[in-house]
Write a protein that binds this ligand. Structure first.
Ligand SMILES: [Fe+2]
Length: 197
């Protein structure tokens, strides 16, 4: 049976976000990988008698989206913090696409940061619609509710409290968002954009 592999990330010292918080956060990521695999195992097992286990199968099939998206969201998040902060080049295709969609990079950034401050737990996402090539900025509740069909994430910002409360306190959400962008390796985001087909 195929299993999902836990990825390893080489995250340097970050502005504002402590090493300890990243370590703890990576353990939560590992939990999503483990549970995405476990659910697949359970589905295989219960499917041997799908009539008897119809209710259980229904529940864990629903649950799979939560675990799988939790795994992938965190991979986008942590990989974007690898190798130190790097700016988005003015010549980059991603920058041009952002300017085309929202008029200016700063206009988009303000909009994305506002999405990140949505009340509740979830993710602020920049994704590319592979049907039209357009970029979209949107909110995902929990890990999975609000991912848009036919889009591929390009940038994912974790807005669950576990990602910032230890360093910033609940009231420091805004500062965490600022620091996330100060730490961001835009070369990774650019590469995500290029790969999103
Ligand atoms: Fe998280």
């Amino acid at each position: 049976m195929h299993t999902f592999e836990e990825k390893k990330f080489n995250i340097p010292e970050l502005k504002g976000i402590s090493k300890k918080n990243i370590e703890e956060h990576l353990k939560l990521y590992a939990g999503y990988v483990k549970h995405a695999n476990l659910i697949q195992e359970h589905i295989t097992e219960l499917s041997k008698d799908s009539e008897k286990y119809a209710y259980e199968l229904g529940e864990i099939n629903r649950r799979f989206g939560f675990e799988f998206c939790g795994m992938r969201n965190h991979e986008y998040y942590f990989s974007a913090l690898e190798s130190g902060a790097k700016n988005l080049s003015d010549k980059s295709e991603l920058k041009k696409a952002i300017e085309k969609e929202w008029g200016s990079f700063d206009g988009w950034l303000a909009r994305f940061k506002a999405v990140a401050l949505t009340r509740g737990i979830g993710w602020a996402i920049l994704s590319k619609d592979t049907e039209t090539g357009r970029l979209l900025t949107h909110w995902v509740d929990e890990q999975h509710l609000g991912h848009l069909v036919s889009t591929t994430p390009v940038l994912a910002l974790d807005m669950w409290e576990h990602s910032f409360v230890a360093d910033y306190q609940p009231s420091g959400k805004k500062k965490y968002v600022e620091d996330f962008f100060a730490n961001l390796n835009w070369e990774v985001i650019e590469s995500n954009f290029a790969k999103a087909q």
